[in-house]
Design a protein around this ligand. Structure first.
Ligand SMILES: NC(=O)c1ccc[n+]([C@@H]2O[C@H](COP(=O)([O-])OP(=O)(O)OC[C@H]3O[C@@H](n4cnc5c(N)ncnc54)[C@H](O)[C@@H]3O)[C@@H](O)[C@H]2O)c1
Length: 343
């Protein structure tokens, strides 16, 4: 039984508490939040767990094996560092840190002490996202041309990081996983309307190896909650809609006809629409399941077995590296920035 302390019980923390407090493989023994009113609410839901307002209370408890950091991004580094120094395994919510050098410091600390350092890139534990990875690795789509990713909602508005750090972190973790690569360069622009110097919407284009282009739209100032991904390949295309719980994935079988060499003559709008693509659309079955439950179980498994996490320090740093470059590009008015040079 792995004994866990969860630091941060805001919007997201209770989901982590629920998953770790299963009393089979793990239990939550501390919930820490510096907001006393919030602690009262969470205590009502988990009455058998000790609560406290200061992380130190849980960190000095020798009975705690692992610490989960679910506080705002700007606090991740200090809390994770402190927990590793106290010889606790650590799961940090995404994004891992706000700077690459902080992430490298955490990784070095965890490696030296033989502790698990994992980042909550929850989409890597989503069975639909994993199915797409199988299609891509199996060459089902042919050569990948480009990805387009839209992640929007109305709120929640962050004060410590912009919409890219908050939302595009997910898309970068997905893309790095799918392509088994990191971006080479990024150009991005952002708009700041609500709070000074915190972009509410970011539009970014990244170049990955093999000429793959990735376009991201991340915004918390949008009327529609969207989690839309399109992958365009040489032989097939696919869409992944995380808002569609039953049928998130669609595969489009046939590519556009080559209109240059074989022009088709059409004399009506309906015929024109029909000429664009032919072929089946398939809706592969994606088994149900809570990705966060899989992520939490994997963290416990890594602690028990000593396995390397799927989303460890390296994967966390890779996302932060791209976000740092994206931030530089926004500050430089959209100039293309090399990603690798930022670390
Ligand atoms: N994986 C996902 O899909 C997902 C979804 C939402 C949020 N998140 C991540 O989870 C983290 C928290 O997000 P949220 O939406 O719950 O934010 P939130 O603002 O709702 O909650 C954060 C909580 O942390 C507490 N806190 C802040 N600093 C603290 C400290 N030093 N010690 C103890 N408590 C402290 C605050 O009082 C607050 O209750 C962020 O890193 C965010 O990126 C991940």
């Amino acid at each position: 039984m792995i004994r866990v302390a969860v630091i941060g019980a805001g919007e997201w923390g209770p989901n982590l508490i629920r998953n770790f407090h299963n009393k089979q493989t793990s239990e939550v023994v501390w919930i820490i939040d510096r907001d006393a009113a919030r602690l009262d609410e969470v205590q009502a839901r988990f009455p058998d767990v000790q609560v406290g307002e200061n992380a130190e209370q849980a960190l000095r408890d020798q009975a705690v094996h692992a610490v989960v950091v679910a506080t705002p991004t700007s606090t991740h580094y200090a809390l994770a560092k402190e927990a590793l120094e106290r010889r606790k395994h650590v799961l940090v919510e995404k994004p891992l840190t706000t700077e690459v050098k902080q992430g490298l410091g955490l990784l070095e600390l965890a490696t030296r002490q033989r502790l698990v350092l994992m980042v909550g890139h929850v989409f890597v534990y989503n069975l639909g996202i994993r199915k797409v990875k199988e299609y891509l690795d199996g060459g089902h789509l042919g050569k990948v041309y480009y990805l387009s990713m839209v992640r929007t909602n109305l709120g929640p508005i962050r004060l410590d990081v912009n919409a890219a750090w908050d939302l595009a972190a997910h898309d970068l973790s997905i893309t790095n996983y799918w392509l088994s690569a990191e971006p080479l360069s990024v150009s991005a622009i952002g708009g700041t309307w609500i709070n000074q110097e915190v972009e509410d919407a970011v539009f970014a284009t990244l170049r990955y190896p093999q000429g793959v282009l990735v376009n991201l739209h991340a915004s918390w100032l949008n009327p529609r909650k969207a989690r839309d991904i399109t992958v365009v390949g040489e032989r097939r295309m696919l869409t992944f809609d995380d808002m569609n719980l039953n049928e998130p994935l669609r595969i489009y079988d046939k590519q556009l006809n080559d209109v240059r060499t074989r022009p088709t003559y059409v004399d009506s709008f309906a015929a024109f629409r029909a000429s664009i693509r032919k072929g089946d659309v398939t809706v592969p079955k994606v088994p149900p399941g809570e990705p966060l439950a899989t992520q939490c179980a994997h963290f416990v498994e890594c602690i028990v077995t000593g396995k390397q996490p799927f989303t460890g320090g390296r994967e966390g740093i890779a996302v932060v590296r791209a976000l740092e470059a994206m931030q530089r590009s926004i500050r430089a008015g959209g100039r293309e920035e090399q990603v690798a040079l930022s670390s």
